[in-house]
Design a protein around this ligand. Structure first.
Ligand code: F6R
Length: 620
């Protein structure tokens, strides 16, 4: 949840650690934004630090007014509060009692109370209410006791901690060294020329280098200007592999848009197209990403999709596609429910995890659990160098590019696309669709990016609609078949972005309860299936519209172009181009993403950083 950055540079690159750290924090601010801080060591071994509650801007303004000493070594942090409120003193870095060591932390140290009690009984005075400060004091003590080996001191301490953590430390005696350690929390190294970096994700250093190295579970890394050394928590050297980040700094900028979210919604066509690239060719689907698990994919008899939030709604699209095309039963489950309910898994179970960040703790833990139980785990992920792909048997990367706005938009359509590809791949392997049927689906899927572009052209109309509804207190969303997860997604976006009570329902469920909520003026979005839908769901949903309209609801229908049947009953109709029934979902979701964003903007809210939320939920 928090953003972490570390930097060391050689003499020739100048004293610029504050600038590098703040630049990294700006790109990581989406991970946590209730406070921020930096600590820097200058060439004379002076440690200076500053931290401020509030958004990063507060810290930047403060540093402009009173600059820190600068140097070539430092660490920086943006916080999403867990233990202790968002105050200056709870912000990171935390200094050890001798003031010579600074530490930043992402995660939760579960045994911090016992450790703190021990330190307090030994006379340590705590400056904050955080769990993290404990680690600062412990590492400083181990450093003094061990004769000044910072990496060894951190290694001793991490072996006494329970929970999830990425820790970065610097010590005034050691200009030119940053040491990091991780367990169940992200850490990536950036490899520069005469300088090296650490970050919670590659965005921290993408402005300086695209060469990166991910750090594995229970590993510790020491970076110096000219070296990177990785050991495990036992102190044994670890082999590492580099990777090249496939996007650059400009991809992580707003590029002239009013918000990252506006930019990311505009990138939805590209997110789908890039996810299809090289995988849907000549009317066939080729997922070479899955070559290593081909035999297992042939024998699985059950699929369980695990994910959280928006990614779980994309998972429902996967269920409908895989069941229809590959005839394998699919369950979709929230990752945090899955791992605590003792699910029955074996080698014939394929667990598909979905995560934009690749770091969501609940999903990661569910992945690990599933593998321990003998299931095959395939992950759909958008972030290179993240943890979930490393813990999986195979991975399909979505190529949506960096998603910075906290609420997910373009990642959703990319995840849906990857699941459709997976469904067609399974159908190809298992022979449940003919080559012609697959070719037909592939052609339809390839047309989706251009159709999303057409939906985006109606943004102005949706903005006007959202402007009218700025005072709305409750909105309901109804959908059937793939319209159901889209209704859930529309409601979630509205809650997150505009802080409006919103619920998504399966339209068929309406008469089983939710219809009681309908009163005059209640706004209801209805995702209307195509009149061409072979299941004849269209007339049923049109009946639902009539039922709620009769009770005074104001209906906004999202319907296929040319669908005349909804016109007499809806107050507004937002049209989407014609598409195959499953793929309509990728079109219908777009107006809802725009609506959530525009309604939040109409209320004057920050659409990129909604209150209380963090981009990747790396704690339970
Ligand atoms: C909603 C949203 C969240 C994420 C969820 C999973 O807009 O962004 O619901 O979808 O926290 O995150 P990832 O996909 O990173 O695992």
């Amino acid at each position: 949840m928090c953003g972490i950055v570390g930097y060391v540079g050689e003499v020739g690159l100048g004293e610029r650690s504050v600038e590098v750290l703040l630049g990294g924090l700006k790109r990581l601010e989406y991970r946590g934004y209730d406070s921020a801080g930096v600590a820097v060591i200058d060439a004379d071994g002076r440690l200076d630090s500053r931290k401020k509650a509030g958004k990063l801007k507060m810290l930047i303004d403060d540093l402009e007014a009173t600059p820190l000493v600068d140097g070539r070594t430092g660490i920086g942090h943006t916080r999403w509060a867990t233990h202790g409120g968002p105050t200056d003193s709870n912000a990171h870095p935390h200094l050890a009692d001798d003031g010579r060591l600074a530490l930043i932390h992402n995660g939760i140290i579960e045994n911090f109370s016992e450790l703190k009690a021990e330190l307090v009984s030994e006379g340590v005075e705590f400056q904050s209410e955080t769990d993290s400060e404990v680690a600062a004091h412990l590492v400083a003590r181990a450093y003094r006791a061990g004769g000044g080996d910072l990496a060894e001191a951190l290694r001793m301490v991490v072996n006494t901690l329970h929970g999830a953590f990425t820790l970065l430390v610097v010590h005034a005696d050691q200009p030119g060294l940053v040491v990091g350690a991780r367990r169940n929390s992200p850490l990536v190294v950036g490899l520069g020329d005469g300088e090296n970096f650490m970050g919670s994700d590659v965005a921290a250093f993408i402005a300086h280098t695209r060469r990166a190295m991910s750090i594995g579970q229970d590993q510790l890394v020491s970076i110096r200007p000219d070296s990177v050394e990785v050991v495990d928590f036992e102190g044994r050297p670890v082999e590492t592999t580099e990777f090249e980040v496939d996007w650059d700094a400009s991809a992580a900028d707003k590029g002239g848009w009013s918000s990252f979210m506006a930019k990311e919604i505009s990138e939805e066509p590209e997110a789908v197209a890039n996810t299809l690239l090289g995988r849907a060719v000549d009317g066939a689907v080729t997922l070479t990403d899955l070559d290593g698990v081909r035999e297992q994919l042939l024998t699985v008899d059950r699929v369980i999709v695990i994910a959280c939030g928006t990614a779980a709604y994309a998972g429902i699209l996967g269920k409908y596609a895989i069941e229809q095309w590959a005839r394998i039963p699919v369950e979709v489950e929230l990752a945090h429910e899955f791992r605590y309910r003792d699910p029955v898994l074996d080698a014939r179970t394929l667990v598909v995890s979905i995560s934009q960040s690749g770091e969501t703790m609940d999903t990661l833990m569910a992945v690990k659990y599933a593998r321990e139980q003998g299931a095959q785990v395939l992950s759909i992920c958008n972030t290179q160098g993240s943890t979930i792909p490393r813990e999986s048997d195979a991975v399909i990367y979505t190529h949506a590019g960096p998603e910075v706005a906290v609420a997910s938009t373009k990642a959703f359509v990319a995840q849906g696309t990857a699941l459709f590809l997976l469904g067609l791949h399974l159908a190809t392997l298992r022979g449940t669709l003919t080559a012609e049927q697959i070719a037909e689906q592939v052609t339809d899927l390839q047309a989706i990016p251009e159709k999303i572009t057409r939906v985006l052209e109606s943004s102005d109309r949706i903005r006007t609609l959202a402007g009218w509804m700025a005072d709305t207190r409750s909105v309901l969303f109804l959908g059937r078949h793939v319209g159901y997860p889209i209704a859930l997604e529309g409601a979630l976006k509205l809650k997150e972005l505009a802080y409006i009570h919103a619920e998504g329902f399966a339209a068929g469920e309406l008469k089983h309860g939710p219809i009681a909520l309908i009163e005059p003026g209640q706004i209801v979005f209805v995702i209307v299936p195509s009149p061409r839908d072979p299941r004849s769901l269209h007339p049923k949903v049109v009946s639902n519209i009539q039922e709620i309209r009769a009770r005074g609801a104001r209906v906004i229908a999202i319907a296929e172009e040319g669908d005349a049947a909804v016109l007499p009953f809806a107050d507004e109709v937002l049209h989407i181009p014609l598409a195959a029934p499953l793929f309509e979902s990728l079109l219908a979701v777009v107006p809802l993403h725009i609506f959530g964003m525009e309604l939040a903007a109409a209320k004057g809210l920050d659409v990129d950083q909604p209150r209380n939320l963090a981009k990747s939920v790396t704690v339970e």
